[in-house]
Design a protein around this ligand. Structure first.
Ligand code: F6R
Length: 357
């Protein structure tokens, strides 16, 4: 039930901090340790490469979790689009482990890869929000997101739940392989949940930001580096699918190699900055587009923020910044769609689960 909310999407954005806490409850035992099937943990911990296979927002969640998984487990991670991977399978490592990220558990593009992986006899895990879904039944292992039904076509809480689930799973692998020295998933997720709560409280600010910069634009760019680039990709997808603004998520440094030609007077360029190492470079790229007429909007974490930055993100663990950075971008997409009078929950041409290849 959406209750007093005008659209499910807004309700689902708001639910994200609660989903973080729910996930922690579900997967934490009485001693504060990770409670996940040991066969799954052992099999994944013994693999030499993790392949994440997914579509759309779930694919973007895979990218957002890649460096987290690699840092904590020391196992290389590849993130692949289902619709590409199935027909052009790369040379696989000797002991691969497959993770299917799928909110619905019904995505046909992802299922066709799982069918092949099963034929090849490789172990698989489906991370899904829907118990008993097709991909959950057909994979060797399943982990549930416990995010509650996601009704809006645009995925929000499944994205953050997938990243959190991968953080918890990663913690278990890191403990088993003794590769983890300092990351404490449950503690860091509680900090992130508080940060997300602060961001969902910024609705009025974000709504007026949208009025100021995005009310009539036909196109927009999100830029960032590293994890901020991955959030930029998800932010752009959200903007495209519900507000029909042609948006691109771009690696900030790559813009000048061609795409900067698209910048005109008034083009909105939103920069995401949560990493001290790359932040100054992204700021440099924002200056470059500004001098070509762009309207720049900065979304920066509080430790790196400058006085005139428009959105300030609470500080969280450097490997989990996507959890807080994505929230204002979800709200921005929401307000663009709403202010233009669209049906936010049911964008044109889209269905909630894509059951054709
Ligand atoms: C975007 C969106 C889609 C889905 C994609 C995968 O908001 O909803 O891009 O993320 O179709 O769906 P699942 O995760 O159900 O496999």
């Amino acid at each position: 039930e959406k209750g007093t909310y005008p659209f499910y999407m807004l309700k689902e954005i708001d639910e994200q901090p609660t989903v973080m806490r729910k996930l922690t409850q579900e997967y934490r035992d009485d001693h504060g340790k990770v409670n996940i099937d040991l066969n799954l943990v052992n099999e994944m911990a013994d693999s030499d490469r993790i392949y994440i296979v997914a579509c759309g927002t779930s694919y973007n969640a895979g990218w957002a979790a890649k460096s987290l998984i690699e840092t904590v487990t020391q196992i290389p991670v590849e993130v692949q689009l289902s619709s590409e991977f199935g027909y052009n399978m790369p040379l696989l490592s000797k002991k691969p482990f497959f993770i299917f990220l799928t909110q619905s558990g019904e995505t046909a593009d992802s299922r066709q890869v799982l069918v092949q992986i099963n034929q090849l006899g490789f172990p698989s895990l489906t991370i899904t929000n829907v118990a008993g879904s097709t991909l959950s039944r057909e994979a060797k292992y399943t982990l549930l997101l416990h995010a509650g039904p996601e009704i809006a076509v645009a995925s929000t809480k499944a994205y953050t739940a997938q990243i959190a689930m991968l953080a918890i799973l990663t913690q278990a692998i890191g403990e088993r392989n003794k590769t983890n020295t300092s990351f404490d998933a449950f503690y860091e997720l509680s900090i992130a949940a508080a940060g997300m709560e602060a961001m969902v409280d910024e609705k009025e600010r974000l709504s007026s930001l949208v009025e100021q910069y995005l009310s009539t634009t036909r196109n927009a760019f999100y830029i960032g580096r590293g994890n901020d680039y991955h959030v930029a990709s998800e932010a752009a997808l959200k903007l495209k699918e519900i507000s029909y603004v042609q948006a691109e998520g771009f690696a900030a440094g790559e813009l000048k190699h061609g795409t900067i030609a698209l910048i005109e007077e008034g083009t909105p360029v939103l920069g995401i900055i949560t990493d001290a190492k790359t932040g100054p470079h992204t700021r440099g790229n924002l200056k470059e587009v500004e001098s070509r007429g762009a309207n720049t909007i900065v979304i920066a974490s509080e430790d790196l923020a400058r006085e005139d930055d428009q959105v300030i993100l609470p500080k969280v663990h450097p490997l989990l910044t996507s959890l807080v950075a994505v929230v204002p971008t979800q709200l921005i997409a929401y307000y663009v769609s709403m202010q233009r009078g669209y049906d936010v929950d049911k964008p044109r041409n889209l269905a909630k689960s894509v059951t054709v290849e």
